[in-house]
Design a protein around this ligand. Sequence first.
Ligand code: 1CP
Length: 343
Amino acid sequence: MAPTKTILKALAGETQAVPPVWMMRQAGRYLPEYRATRAQAGSFLDLCYNPELATEVTLQPIRRYGFDAAILFADILLVPQGLGADLTFVQGEGPRLSTVQNAEDFAKLRAAGDVHDVVHPIYETVKMLRRELPEETTLIGFAGAPWTVATYMIAGRGTPDQAPARRLMYGDRATFDALMDLITDATAQYLIAQIDAGAEVVKMFDSWAGALPGLEFERYAVRPAQKIVAAIREKHPDVPIIGFPRGAGGNYATYADAVDVQAVALDTSVDPAWAAANVQTKTCTQGNMDPLFMVQGGDALVDAVKATCKAFSGGPHIFNLGHGITPDADPDNVQRMLDAIRN
Ligand code: 1CP
């Protein structure tokens, strides 16, 4: 049956005069209602694991703006937690995890199938969202891609260049590969369970793909993505998948060729004209306006929306930012962006 929801039409390859739109981090600190619910929940992780409140914050940007898609409120670091890593979020500093730096640390992790014991409240959130979302809104589930998740598990925190993960890759390939395989398996099972619970699309965030050396892109960005896609297809052949190899540069074309995803999400650095010629010819594109326009606003914002829409008008496209909206964004600028896209 042909899809009726705008996001699903784009993912089925349909070119639409007005592209559907959602925003990475659309439920987040730039919204006063998010900050209020977050304060009520306690910690960030308490919010992720509370299905009622996680549903509430997922719905907030839908109520305010009527985006075409809602993205499940959770975090990519719940999978490492499910695998046995200690995880905390330090206010103002980001995540801290126990590290995996050698075979001994790796041996302490749990089996891939054990993640459900920890992350099962997320499946409750997905079920609630499917009941509460407006009919026309598509629900997107997500997970981190294995390389990006591995960078946090190895370093124990975010780093600018992922040097700890690259050092493990070069210094102890066997442990690095074992960790990648474990994360790949757990991620496939986690995404399948989100789809079982009602997610209509899933997205793989490889936020640090750009930190992979070119020699390793195929092995650690492309192949794990292929494995996850194959595992999902086996159970859910018709569920569209979005891949986001952020920072991949010229490898965006490689990824679009090699991974059977229904859309490739583009980061801010990608020239839309290049992407229209080299990525959108193979699959739907998503992106990629600079999130800073949500802070800056003004005529420049409207011009950037129009230029982005025009560049991608020749094929299937989902409008989005090139990365997450930042906490200092002005909520009025989001409405300006939507008005410029839709009118
Ligand atoms: O105080 C707060 O409220 C915490 C801020 C926050 C939020 C709102 C974090 C901590 N995670 C999230 C939610 C989140 N994370 C979503 C929810 C849905 C939405 O987009 O609205 C999603 C999809 C993510 C995914 C995520 N988490 C990524 C991939 C996307 C990206 O931004 O590149 C990554 C890398 C993370 C890790 C993470 N979680 C939080 C922070 C601050 C970070 C980055 C850590 C670092 O590198 O230093």
